[in-house]
Ligand binder design. Structure first.
Ligand code: HSE
Length: 303
């Protein structure tokens, strides 16, 4: 009795929708192997790819802690025993939903091992709890797309109301991860609590425009809507070469460019794969010239 589950990286915020929009990409992602064992309890057997940064202690590790929570709620934590191998294929603190991918994979795995007693919607609150454990705040804009695929809207948090949005066929994401560490916890502390009404008006106009653009596959509308006046100006300072990367992306024909989640990864949204490939290549060259190591990924948004 064992399962192996992959959960994808995600681009939270989708540039203008702080904490309410996000999409999944086809790579990278994390893997969880889960085994049924006789001895009750949840244990971590091994973690690969984290450079020793994640706790093996099952109460401290977010994956096992969330699995445990679910077993407790189902009233079977004293009977069921599972062991977990966590294989991380993506960097921690990258702004690609690394903690979220692991948590979602773990919860999906335990649900599958138990014969799927919960629907995806019912799994969602446990995933959100995982985010709270990982960074101190339970945002759902990484876990929702990691679990559901495609683009998701978190219409509300109380109660959680997740809506899947249509994805235009040619929408691609070119992602570059400049190798500096920006913990989500820190990137959230930086943001101002209050916003100006005039900025809020710009932002919600853009969000509504983006949603309309997705429903109509209107790339021009998507492009003019994907701007963030609330968060990017503050967080951009944590990301080396941000404005130069943005200039390159827009010059090469990106529909939009911005921060992926809480950064430091950045994302160019494009129509078609070729432009995303070209942009990530040029940005990487620019970073190399400035002695900054980076990874790049290109993915369809239609996953
Ligand atoms: N919406 C969250 C934030 C995503 O921007 O802090 C973190 O990955």
């Amino acid at each position: 009795d064992n399962v192996r589950v992959f959960a994808p990286a995600t681009v939270a915020n989708m540039i203008c929708g702080f904490d309410i929009l996000g999409f999944a990409v086809d790579k990278p992602g994390d893997e969880v192997k889960m085994y049924r064992v006789d001895e009750p309890g949840v244990r971590i057997r091994s973690i690969e790819g984290d450079d020793g940064r994640l706790p093996l202690d099952a109460d401290k590790n977010t994956v096992s802690a969330c699995v445990k929570l679910l077993l407790v709620d189902l009233g079977i934590d004293k009977e069921i025993g599972v062991e977990i191998d966590l294989i991380k294929h993506m960097p921690i603190g990258s702004g690609l939903g690394s903690s979220s991918a692991s948590t979602v994979a773990g919860l999906f795995a335990i649900n599958a091992l138990l014969g799927n007693p919960l629907t995806k919607e019912e799994l969602m609150p446990y995933c959100v709890e995982g985010e709270r454990l990982a960074c101190g705040h339970g945002h759902a804009d990484n876990v929702a797309p990691a679990l559901m695929g495609g683009i998701t809207l978190i219409r509300g948090y109380d109660p959680l109301d997740v809506i899947k949005l249509p994805v235009p066929e040619d929408l691609y994401a070119g992602i570059v991860f400049p190798q500096v560490d920006v913990p989500t916890r820190d990137a959230r502390q930086l943001i101002k609590e209050k916003v100006l009404l005039k900025d809020a008006v710009v932002q919600w106009g853009n969000i509504a425009g983006l949603i309309s653009g997705l429903y109509q596959s209107d790339y021009a509308l998507i492009s003019r809507s994907m701007h963030d006046v609330l968060i990017e100006p503050t967080r951009a300072i944590l990301i080396p070469e941000f404005y130069e990367m943005k200039r390159i992306a827009l010059e090469e024909g990106a529909l939009s460019f911005g921060i992926s989640g809480s950064g430091p990864s950045v994302v160019a949204i494009t129509k078609g794969q070729a432009i995303a490939e070209r942009i990530t290549e040029k940005i990487q060259q620019h970073l190399t010239k400035n002695e900054i190591d980076s990874f790049k990924y290109v993915s369809s948004v239609n996953v």
